[in-house]
Design a protein around this ligand. Sequence first.
Ligand code: ADP
Length: 753
Amino acid sequence: MGAFFYTLHSEDQDQARLRTIRDVELARQSIRTRLLSLQERLSQLARSIDGADTDKALFQRQAKALLSDTPEMSSVAVLDTRRNIRMLNLHASSPLNRSLQEGSQVGGAETIWAFDSAKSTGLPVFSPPFLGPGNGVYMEIHSPAFKNDHFVGTVVATIPFTAMLNDAVPESFTKLYMVSIVDAQGKLIASNASRQIDRPKMSHEVVLSPPGHGLKLRAVLYKTSAELFSNMLAWTVLGLSALIVWSFILLYRHSKLRNQAEKQLLAETKFRRAMENSVITGMRAIDMDGRITYVNPAFCKMTGYRESELVGMLPPFPYWPEKSYRIQEEALRLILAGQAPRQGLEVQIRRRDGSVFDARMYVSPLVDSEGKQSGWMTSVTDITEPRRVREELAAAQKRFVRILEELDAAVVVEEPDAPTRPPIFTNRLHREWFAQAAPPIQQRIGGAQRGFEPFEWLNPVTQRWYEIRRRAILWVDGQTVIMQVTTDISSRKEAEQINRQQQEKLQFTSRLMTLGELASSLAHELNQPLTAIANYTTGGANRLKTGSVKPADLLPMLEKVNAQAQRAGDVIRRIREFVKQQEPNRSPCKIDTIIQDAIGFSKLEAKNHAATIEVNNPDPELVVMADAILIEQVLMNLIKNGIEAMANTPFEERRVLIQISSTPHFVLTEVYDRGAGVPEDIREKLFESFFTTKSNGMGMGLNICRTIIEYHQGQLWVESATGGGSVFKFTLPTHPKNTTPTQSGPSSKEHDA
Ligand code: ADP
């Protein structure tokens, strides 16, 4: 485009130059013609002048005609041989008016030169340009006049260059060019410039001859509107070119981006293809009519058919086994109806080689980017192996459950910390045993071993005993669960019970035996002295009856009786001494410790009767003066009686409460039970020896208890408990160690003393 414009431009320039040269040449011709015709006219005028006697009127007439014909000329004059103006005719408006007068001599250097040249050559001569009036530059044409071959002067025409230029150059020319005349040095002499040209586009000079003297005609081309237009065109084309270049750049960038995107797309496609090839799940797409539109390599591998064989195929498909044709048809119908189950369909697929495998199909609608469904995508997985594993697992599970079910113990598996939720697993025995009542829920703390001690429990409904063991285990799904194993220990319990009863009986028998022995030895020991005393006193009495006896005779007998009585006394003393050896060993001890020990010994008894023992002791530091072992015995006896008294009390009410309180002088211990209570009339009888209402009772317990308490300077008595049952109360003196202000009075010391 640039080259084209450059050529166009230079062509244009050349054209312009040629035109300029031609035009300038034309202008020169025009000037030349004018000047030459002027010169000719002046020569004619010179010829008509004959020296001094020239007819002035004739000259004036001819000069006038000349001036009017050549308006560029300012004046016409006739000079004599001494350059005096003989005759003169000039335009009224000419600035020469003032400088030229008839009779005066003209004497500018240029005039003299031209005059002399004309005179010497005898030819018309153009003077060099000179500065005249009104700052105008003028030239003169001197045409020599001869009379009889004698030089008689010249006819001079004065022409201002400006006027000559204006008249000689056509107006059309001056519109296009600035036309000027310059001298040999390039100095401007005249110009038609109507406006200034800053940067001349093109100029051309030609030598002007006439008038010669190195004068040149110069034309400078103005910028024309046509050029302007072509410029505008050029700019427009240039602008358009720039636009094209810019759009090329944009296009380049765009295609670069496109290239990048294409590359990315290619990479993505490759990745997808690789992924598709590596997937082990078979994929098959069908259109809404059931025609296969796509299968992936995994599907081909699974079935043994090539992609080209399957794609485009309509059902029935070659991989449908004949046996399960109907199932396959039904499955396809479901898929096409959009009713394929979410958990998938199980079908059989026949490979090309005829072998058949189990597969699971998952179906999802194939929806394009505009949300239109174009078919169904089915993923197919070979489940032969998973199914085998599953079946094996199920069989193992069955065996495991069977074993658990047939176990001799009740098993239940529960989630920890969620006792209200149904258990994860229960076996048959658990369901049977605990249909009506379940064992109490012990505290369960995560997987820690705390709270997992085995415990025994009496089912209140079936009245059977169970041992319950709990353990935190890892369940099959990995979560920590609580497994509870319950074994029926009723027979063991019964055996224990029988054993204990036998023990008790044995104890009782031995106690009886001891008692019997004691009694018989006592009887035996006392029998002799008493028999002797009886004999002596009988003999003495008989003798007194006969009257044959003297008082002195009775003395030895009485002495013997006394001795025997002494002996009996000794026996008794010995027994007392024996008893004395068992005397309580009183020392300061904490009542709380005694109670806790007694409860510890009674726990088994309480458990066997499903009773609980509670203590309410506001001051565990309370100290009494007592033989701890004896007081323990008392408490144990009272607890045992309380428990036995509640045999007909409902389970949940079987509770023995031990309540402690203190006064400054003594500590009061109360043992409450919720048994049948004691009728008012037999209250005091309870404390008698051998009073019992029990088949295997001895009736010695309360009696001994009272003895022990009284020995401790306390009291033991029974009252009816409010709300049913009875309460056995006993007091024990406090020890001065109890430093509470109310207990440290002098009276307490006195009491102790
Ligand atoms: P045993 O317990 O061997 O019968 P005890 O002297 O300990 O001898 O008791 C005597 C009797 O007092 C008992 O047989 C019973 O009838 C009655 N008894 C004792 N404690 C209570 C009690 N807490 N409630 C009702 N009766 C009781």
